[in-house]
Design a binder for this molecule. Structure first.
Ligand code: ASP
Length: 527
């Protein structure tokens, strides 16, 4: 009888586990099937380039769906996230997040430098033996940094939803000096001589402002943080806005749930199409040592350093946490974009790892935009690898320059595929390496990009877990304030949901937000 009971319980447990994790299980199966399908179709059929692209159509649809929800998700989560906390608490949480982002990025860069200078993947090779691919990105350090600041302050909010500013330099044609014989007796003024000589020696440029396609996430974040703070302070007048954005957030997360049901199908075709598309597998053998250096760095950072930091602060099993993020990590690995993975990151962090929504809403979108440990590590390794290929000895000062510029370049990189490759030009030019040598590593970048994106997402998730732990006292205090209405005349002790279940809520100004759920406004008139 008891044995039967045990068996039944085990069966129920397995069923429950399968039910809870069916999307993850289906996605893992889709990856395996996709790889097999890609290899089979590539080896046994001869599809044209066009047919291969048609083959990847279901995967393309998945990417479109994920990108579709980024905008409402970032806007609604940032605004409600900030409005839910008072400005002092959000300031402290923000500071903790930024300190975490910087420290882990620097650790990743140092790890990358240590590995590449020990393994020396570029010493035994020469740049001439590696086929170049793609073209050199047109990037200058100053303009990239200034564009970062420019994009923080979009001039048009609607435009920021689909375009971002990108400076282009245009060479100025030197002024033609007047050589007509009639003027020959007039000696040109001294300044004209100087400027003519200078023009002959150096090129001059003017800045042409251009907009390129893609959401200006940084601009939207800056706007939403400010907007959220203002709404939080408006009391009853801001209620309608907060309720609107909270409902928008909830609706978007429900959309994400629907998209995730389609995810296994999309991923199957995405990976199969990629396998069919790549025809030069030989390059992976040639670049083997370089790839091993990057991948081992990413592995050490994600299996040792990040979990260790998490354990030191949170005192919980970091690998259980990583397992909770599995669906997001797999998505990042498949689509190479931390921005497009953001919806899944949210779901995993909140539902599996139970991170407080007040933290995720605030910390995850910022992390997906500026915190890129994997990219920083990769940029440091790749630039020193290029130096080694060129037999270029780097001194200590240049190594420090690489650390700083790789950190900056990772912050400047957008959370989209291959963004790290573009901002790597900053690192190369900072130490005097030829920017055109980026083309040496383009051929293998699609694969490395997937792994570094995965680590970028993992770093953001651990950050949310750590910031939650460090902010525990403030969050509890806010919960308490909402329980003690005398402290805050706007506060309601508890809110009752439909099932008359008690839910704790917290207060900022006049708003209470269920820790797990929706925002509700506590009427002043009730007191
Ligand atoms: N693809 C990466 C990301 O989305 C950025 C990069 O290229 O390193 O996080």
């Amino acid at each position: 009888m008891d044995v039967l009971g045990k068996k039944e319980r085990r069966e129920r447990d397995v069923k429950g586990m399968l039910k809870r994790n069916w999307i993850l299980i289906a996605t893992i199966s889709a990856v395996i099937l996709g790889i097999a399908l890609g290899v089979l179709v590539r080896d046994y059929t001869s599809l044209s380039q066009l047919e291969k692209q048609y083959f990847g159509f279901p995967g393309e649809i998945l990417m479109r769906m994920l990108k579709l929800v980024i905008l409402p998700l970032i806007v609604s989560s940032m605004i409600t996230g900030v409005a839910a906390l008072d400005s002092e608490v959000s300031g402290r949480i923000g500071l903790r997040a930024v300190v975490y982002y910087f420290s882990t990025t620097i650790i990743a860069v140092i790890l990358g430098i240590a590995l590449v200078t020990t393994i020396k993947p570029g010493v035994s090779q020469s740049a001439d033996n590696i086929e170049r691919a793609g073209s050199t990105p047109n990037v200058t350090t100053v303009d990239t940094l200034l564009d970062l600041v420019r994009n923080m302050f979009p001039e048009n909010l609607v435009q920021a939803c689909f375009q971002q500013y990108k400076t282009q330099r245009k060479e100025i044609e030197p002024l033609k000096t007047n050589t007509s014989t009639s003027n020959i007796s007039t000696f040109p003024p001294f300044t004209t001589i100087i400027s003519t000589v200078a023009q002959n020696l150096t090129k001059d440029y003017k800045i042409v402002g251009l907009y390129s396609d893609g959401i200006n996430v940084l601009g939207l974040i800056v706007f939403c943080v400010t907007f959220g703070l203002v709404i939080g302070k408006m009391g009853e007048r801001g209620r309608i806005l907060l309720e609107f954005f909270d409902a928008l957030n909830e609706a978007t997360m429900r959309l994400v749930q629907i998209i995730m049901c389609y995810m296994p199908v999309g991923i199957l075709f995405l990976i199969a199409a990629k396998i069919m598309e790549v025809d030069d597998w030989e390059i992976f053998r040639k670049m083997g040592l370089y790839m091993v250096t990057v991948l081992s760095g990413l592995a050490i950072h994600s299996i040792i350093f990040l979990p260790l930091i998490y354990f030191v602060f949170v005192r919980k099993n970091p690998f259980t946490f990583t397992l909770g993020m599995a669906q997001a990590l797999l998505t990042a690995l498949m689509i190479s974009s931390s921005s497009a993975t953001l919806p899944v990151t949210f779901r995993c962090a909140e539902e599996n790892n139970r991170i407080d929504k007040r933290i995720t809403r605030f910390v995850l979108p910022v992390g997906a935009t500026i915190n890129m440990d994997g990219t920083a590590l990769y940029e440091a390794v790749a630039s020193i690898f290029i130096a080694q290929l060129n037999n270029y000895d780097l001194d200590a000062g240049q190594i420090v320059t690489i650390s700083i510029t790789a950190t900056v370049a990772s912050i400047g990189a957008a959370g989209v595929p291959n963004a790290g490759l573009v901002t790597m030009v900053i690192v190369l030019t900072a130490v005097g390496l030829p920017a055109s040598d980026v083309t040496l590593i383009v051929a293998v970048d699609w694969l490395l990009d997937r792994f570094r994106t995965m680590i970028n997402v993992l770093g953001d998730a651990y950050g949310a877990g750590i910031v939650q732990k460090l902010s525990k006292r403030e969050l509890e205090r806010m919960d308490l304030i909402s329980d003690v209405d005398a402290v805050n005349p706007f506060a309601l002790e508890t809110t009752l949901d439909d099932d008359e279940c008690e839910k704790k809520s917290y207060v900022n100004g006049g708003f209470t937000i269920d820790k797990s759920d929706a925002i509700s406004f506590t009427e002043t008139s009730q007191f």
